[in-house]
Design a protein around this ligand. Structure first.
Ligand code: URA
Length: 211
């Protein structure tokens, strides 16, 4: 249905935790924890192809040459505000990553995303940029965020979402075919209010307890 650059993580732990997160009976503290844990596992999958190089290391037993990460340094970019709920889990795995933030709102007249906040490191061209947002709904915000990041110099980007609607995946893949997407599930569709069905509701409200 989608091309090989769309990676659905079917690991049983990811799927189990996502199902718990979907339930309307899951409390705010549990929802937050689940999003954090799933985000860490998605980060693990999204970084599967990072290059490594061999270095000398001496264990208490012997000297040897073993792999460490090489290549571009990392930058995580959260699409505000729900993206922030995924950051901690990813930073647990990628403690040296820099973190950027992008705020976008939808113009009520044009329905186009408008940027209200943009703060990223200066050296975006030198980094692998991983954009995070739990919900890939229409895909318009993610596509706009990727465009802004490319304008800021980023040339190597990935997108990580918890959940997507097929429409969102298609929009991002069409606008940014160079950007692979890693996610835990692609659901059925968007409803008339722009929610993913069955989805998990409003991710930001559920992470921050604002409902
Ligand atoms: N954003 C959300 O938080 N939930 C959806 O279902 C769609 C967009």
């Amino acid at each position: 249905m989608f091309d090989s650059q769309v990676h659905v993580v079917t690991h049983p732990l990811v799927q189990h935790k996502l199902t718990l997160a979907r339930s309307q009976d899951t409390t705010t503290d549990n929802f937050r924890r689940l999003v954090r844990e799933i985000a860490a596992m998605l980060a693990y999958e999204a970084t599967r192809d990072l290059p490594t190089e061999l270095v000398d290391v001496t264990t208490p037993v012997a000297a040897c040459r073993m792999p460490i990460l090489a290549g571009k340094k990392l930058c995580l970019v959260s699409i505000l505000r729900a993206g922030n709920g995924m950051l901690d889990g990813m930073i647990d795995l990628l403690p040296n990553a820099r973190v950027g933030h992008i705020g976008l709102y939808r113009d009520p007249a044009t329905l186009e995303p408008v940027e209200y906040y943009f703060k990223v490191p200066d050296d975006m061209a030198e980094r692998l940029v991983i954009v995070v947002d739990p919900m890939l709904a229409t895909g318009n915000s993610a596509a706009a965020a990727l465009t802004h990041l490319k304008r800021a110099g980023a040339t190597s980007l990935k997108l990580v979402n918890l959940l997507a609607a097929p429409e969102g995946v298609r929009t991002v893949r069409a606008a940014h075919p160079d950007v692979p997407i890693t996610l835990a599930a692609i659901d059925e569709r968007l409803n008339d209010h722009g929610y993913i069905v069955p989805g998990l509701g409003d991710a930001g409200d559920r992470i921050f307890g604002t409902k």
